[in-house]
Design a protein around this ligand. Structure first.
Ligand SMILES: *[C@@H]1O[C@H](CO)[C@@H](O)[C@H](O)[C@H]1NC(C)=O
Ligand SMILES: *[C@@H]1O[C@H](CO)[C@@H](O)[C@H](O)[C@H]1NC(C)=O
Ligand SMILES: *[C@@H]1O[C@H](CO)[C@@H](O)[C@H](O)[C@H]1NC(C)=O
Ligand SMILES: *[C@@H]1O[C@H](CO)[C@@H](O)[C@H](O)[C@H]1NC(C)=O
Ligand SMILES: *[C@@H]1O[C@H](CO)[C@@H](O)[C@H](O)[C@H]1NC(C)=O
Ligand SMILES: *[C@@H]1O[C@H](CO)[C@@H](O)[C@H](O)[C@H]1NC(C)=O
Ligand SMILES: *[C@@H]1O[C@H](CO)[C@@H](O)[C@H](O)[C@H]1NC(C)=O
Ligand SMILES: *[C@@H]1O[C@H](CO)[C@@H](O)[C@H](O)[C@H]1NC(C)=O
Length: 899
């Protein structure tokens, strides 16, 4: 969502800040830090890291160029440490932070083996403490390490209730050009996995070396805490500077206080130091050749590695696999919610299978203990079966969120934003679009419902949704027979409407648009939502003709086409932002394919002309991922789609690399495949703040290009793991009662789903267009299936898979580079005969008896452009660009063979 005031705000704060104080002691010079893989510098006075370059490429992971404006007290740097301690269990905690009031630290004169620099931190600990804290920078293999020793110098024990290592990298985009941001900046993503925890630092370009921070000794990664800092010179905790976090080795003092209303990722611990005891903690800095080889760097650092296939979101009827790669044997696995068998194979790490227990649902932790006593947690999210999850959601949004009352804003009937905490529709919000069924923030519930009906249509829901289209999308969102889509159907203008505005809300902000502003139709992003709704109803009308809708299928298809063209054709003259990638515009690609299949050649040509203009423009741009925001992770989806569609030379790869820069894979459901988003809670959620979002719509949307890229590079398992992780993510937002939340709050004091459905929609759209069963043979993990249960044994000549994904209409066979998709019904089984290169699909009319039952389906086949081998459906007649299959008996078998 738009924040047009952003640049103004930053410029204002910058002027007020100027050159800043040098509490860090930059004037005292630097000390060099060097190892085989790194060249760095530390600030002599503070002893904190000033630069950290790869010695192979020279790339610097830190904001060294801005350091003079990060030298004031309170600004954290790598090498800082924060802690809370108490000297008796009844005392309250004392908090210390080496950044809060800096004093030059005391250099250690005698250094141990491998130690490059060391200091006693006493001067900067604020006041005399009952212990000594030293910091050492040392070499560690070909990398570097940072070590803190806490020595209890008193005569009684001391409890450390928190111990945090701040991680400040170059994630500052403020005042940088897009090209500089892309070339210089990095993101940090945590894997909060105890002794196996690590942090990935990945360049925004997505290319070149990456950095891993791994535990030194037993430095438990227990929690990931956001560090409060003042706004400073760069707008800390803003859209262009997300801010810094710390790796918490212990977190009990927070869990007992600030975080007591939630459940932390890991059990919170403290450390008691007996008189005279020395406690060492720290991190290793390990260089990875590339983002794709981060896991090799983790293994190289001596840290246990967990790899879950297909990931860490597990529907109730799926058996997942977990591979544990570590030099010490697995001693035990503690998992309350899974039945675990294994190790089944040890060739790529010890392989276990995990099947959810029948009662299990939601966040679920698996704890592995190794023979050397290291502990690792793997964080799963168990859902109901995908079909029940979708049924719950469809039912929830078409009942609880169905708005059907007399309304001066003409919003009825519609599917509106819902507040799960209050248990009611959000009829008003001073960010008007949230109650105005437009923008991403007000369309989440209806877009998700639209796409649910495409996947798993239900007669009653389809009919209610059709009423919404005929009576509200037409007439309220698109008014006066125009195709222009309003920015909000709801507005704040007491004189213009007979309506009681809630006086408890603040109607004085820039978000409380009046009628004129609300009725503007220039925001291109707003068009994708109604187009998705029309397109979905076209698919229902076309594929389930027994279900009578209020218009013929061609009306929905043409309306989708006309709405798209109104905004984007003619160089987007009717819209703003039409020349950047739009959230969810993958559906425009689906629309184009359907226009082709229906033989609407005039429309095909016109839509291609529209899109070619955009794609050609992006191909000329150095960083073609613009949006309403200064930096964003939304444009890549559309930019990839069309530049790939028109086979342009450089942009598709650039887009994929860009996504790899912000979309990690780690053994945690919340970060795995989570495309970075951290400001949209402000525009589309109930708890409005700048905060890293877990599985906001970026996950589902960015997964689409990554999966498409994978399908063109079937050996790239890393791409599949990232893409599949993101594509499954939108299932986690759906609660047991069917409500779906905008995103999960990752700050440790919250760790909960936002109560608003908000902007959930595009994420679910991503899931609906991306879900696919991927069948791979002979990988380093053996034969594997993503999105289904492998029924055959590894190495068998026929690979059989039972789909467990949320769509059950798509299959990709990696060995053949072949993708099959059906238009209606579901695929209940896949058999890939390796020897004969045939794929047999068993089809059924629906996932559930309550759903519309398909009487026929079309099978579409897609093979890589590079392949000369063609495929067909054996014995079937062609129709709508594919082959038609009779499903009137409720099932069918389809054999795909080489032409
Ligand atoms: C580290 O990278 C910075 C660019 O951020 C460069 O100015 C500096 O010279 C590099 N230092 C070394 C030692 O390579
Ligand atoms: C810190 O503790 C480690 C043992 O964990 C020891 O090797 C090192 O010498 C200590 N450093 C200092 C400065 O005391
Ligand atoms: C896991 O372990 C095996 C055997 O040590 C090794 O060959 C493999 O490359 C490891 N790493 C990863 C990332 O799987
Ligand atoms: C909507 O309201 C109308 C008129 O009160 C009523 O006939 C209809 O059943 C309602 N529909 C739903 C889905 O509540
Ligand atoms: C539609 O027409 C009415 C009546 O002229 C006007 O008040 C309203 O602003 C128009 N809507 C839009 C989106 O232009
Ligand atoms: C779409 O636009 C065309 C041409 O402008 C028009 O003939 C047609 O009726 C429109 N269709 C719909 C469904 O709006
Ligand atoms: C295209 O947009 C321009 C304004 O940029 C406008 O003058 C022209 O009439 C538009 N053409 C069509 C065919 O809509
Ligand atoms: C173990 O997995 C490897 C591939 O990672 C496969 O080649 C081998 O056949 C498997 N062994 C068994 C017993 O399944």
């Amino acid at each position: 969502m738009l924040l047009s005031t952003l640049r103004v705000f930053l410029a204002g704060s910058l002027a007020a800040f100027a050159a800043g104080q040098d509490n860090l002691g930059l004037s005292g010079g630097y000390t060099n830090l060097q190892s085989t893989d790194f060249k760095g510098t530390i600030v002599k006075s503070s002893g904190t890291l000033a630069s950290l370059n790869s010695s192979r490429t020279g790339f610097n992971f830190l904001p060294t160029d801005l350091i003079s404006q990060l030298a004031q007290n309170g600004a954290h740097h790598l090498g800082d440490v924060t802690f809370r301690y108490r000297t008796s269990s009844s005392a309250s905690w004392t908090s210390v932070d080496t950044a809060s009031s800096r004093k030059a630290v005391t250099q250690l004169t005698s250094l141990g083996a491998g130690v490059i620099a060391g200091a006693d931190l006493a001067p900067t600990l604020g006041t005399a403490r009952p212990f000594k804290v030293t910091r050492e920078w040392l070499t560690s293999g070909s990398g570097l390490a940072l070590r803190f020793n806490f020595t209890n110098t008193g005569t009684t024990s001391i409890e450390l209730g928190s111990l945090g290592l701040p991680v400040a990298i170059n994630n500052i985009f403020t005042n940088r050009l897009a090209t500089d941001t892309q070339a210089k900046c990095s993101f940090a993503d945590p894997y909060i996995g105890l002794d196996a925890g690590f942090i990935r630092v990945t360049p925004l370009s997505g290319t070149g070396n990456a950095l891993v921070l791994a535990p030194l000794g037993s430095s438990n990664f227990e929690a990931w805490r956001f560090l409060s800092e003042s706004s400073g010179a760069f707008g800390y905790q803003g859209q262009t500077y997300e801010g810094n976090y710390e790796w918490q080795v212990h977190s009990l003092a927070y869990a007992q206080n600030e975080w007591k209303s939630t459940t932390p990722w890991n059990s919170a611990t403290s450390k008691t130091l007996a008189a005279g005891e020395v406690y060492s903690v720290g991190v290793k800095f390990v260089l990875a050749d590339s983002i794709q080889t981060i896991e090799d760097a983790v293994v190289k650092s001596g840290t246990p590695l967990a790899v879950g296939l297909p990931g860490y979101v597990v529907p109730a009827d799926l058996t997942a696999r977990l591979y544990l790669n570590y030099s010490s044997a697995v001693k035990s696995i503690d998992a309350a919610d899974f039945t675990i068998t294994g190790p089944l194979n040890t060739s790529a790490g010890a392989q276990y299978s995990l099947t959810p227990k029948s009662s299990a649902w939601g966040r679920s932790r698996v704890t592995v203990t190794y023979a050397d006593e290291k502990k690792q947690t793997v964080h799963y999210h168990i859902t109901k079966t995908a079909a029940s999850t979708l049924a719950d959601m469809g039912n929830f949004f078409t009942t609880k969120a169905y708005f059907n009352k007399t309304d001066p804003f003409n919003r009825a009937p519609s599917i509106m934003t819902y507040d799960h905490e209050v248990g009611a529709i959000v009829e008003q919000d001073s960010r008007v679009w949230i109650a105005g069924i437009s923008d991403e923030g007000g369309t989440g519930a209806y877009v998700a419902t639209a796409m649910k009906e495409f996947i798993q249509p239900n007669a009653k829901e389809v009919s209610l949704f059709d009423d919404f289209i005929q009576d509200t999308v037409v007439g309220t969102l698109q008014q006066n027979a125009s195709l222009g889509v309003v920015a909000s159907a709801f507005y704040y203008q007491p004189g213009a409407v007979s309506y009681t505005y809630d006086s408890a809300l603040d109607w004085t902000t820039w978000t409380s648009w009046d009628k004129t502003r609300a009725y503007t139709t220039r925001r291109a992003y707003n068009y994708v939502h109604p187009v998705a709704a029309y397109w979905s109803m076209y698919r229902v009308a076309r594929n389930y003709p027994e279900q009578k809708l209020r218009q013929d299928w061609s009306w929905y298809l043409n309306r989708a086409y006309n709405t798209t063209q109104y905004c984007l054709s003619n160089q987007s003259a009717n819209c703003d932002y039409g020349l950047v990638g739009l959230m969810g515009e993958w559906v425009l690609g689906e629309l184009l394919e359907d226009l082709k299949r229906e033989g609407l050649t005039t429309q095909v040509t016109a839509l291609e002309t529209t899109m070619r203009y955009r794609a050609n423009l992006w191909e000329t741009e150095a960083v073609p991922f613009g949006s309403e925001m200064a930096w964003d992770s939304t444009g890549q989806e559309g930019v990839y789609y069309w530049t790939n569609y028109f086979k342009l030379a450089t942009t598709p790869t650039k887009a994929i690399n860009s996504i790899f820069g912000y979309m990690p894979t780690v053994a945690h459901w919340g970060w795995n495949g989570n495309a970075r988003r951290y400001w949209d809670f402000n525009y589309a959620a109930k708890i409005a703040q700048t905060e890293r979002q877990l599985h906001h719509y970026g996950s589902g949307l960015n997964s689409l290009p990554v999966l498409n890229y994978y399908e063109q590079h079937p050996a790239d398992l890393y791409a599949l793991r990232v893409g599949f992780g993101g594509n499954m993510a939108p299932l986690t937002n759906i609660h047991q009662d069917g409500f779906a939340s905008a995103a999960f709050h990752s700050f440790p004091e919250l760790l909960k789903w936002d109560p608003y459905s908000g902007d959930y929609g595009p994420g679910f759209l991503g899931l609906s267009l991306g879900q696919c069963v991927y069948v791979l043979t002979g990988t380093k993990y053996g034969d594997v299936a993503f999105g289904g249960n492998l029924l055959s044994t590894s190495g068998a000549s026929t690979i059989s898979v039972a789909p467990r994904d949320a769509v059950k209409r798509r299959v990709f066979v990696a060995d053949l580079g072949l993708k099959a998709e059906i238009s209606a019904g579901i695929i209940s089984k896949v058999d890939f005969d390796k020897t004969g290169s045939t794929v047999t699909l068993t089809l059924a009319s629906a996932a559930q008896t309550a759903d519309l039952q398909a009487k026929a389906a079309i099978v579409w086949l897609k093979k890589p452009a590079s392949s000369t081998v063609g495929y067909k459906v054996d014995g079937a007649s062609t129709a709508r660009g594919g082959w038609s299959v009779d499903l009137s008996s409720g099932k069918a078998t389809v054999k795909i063979v080489k032409v």
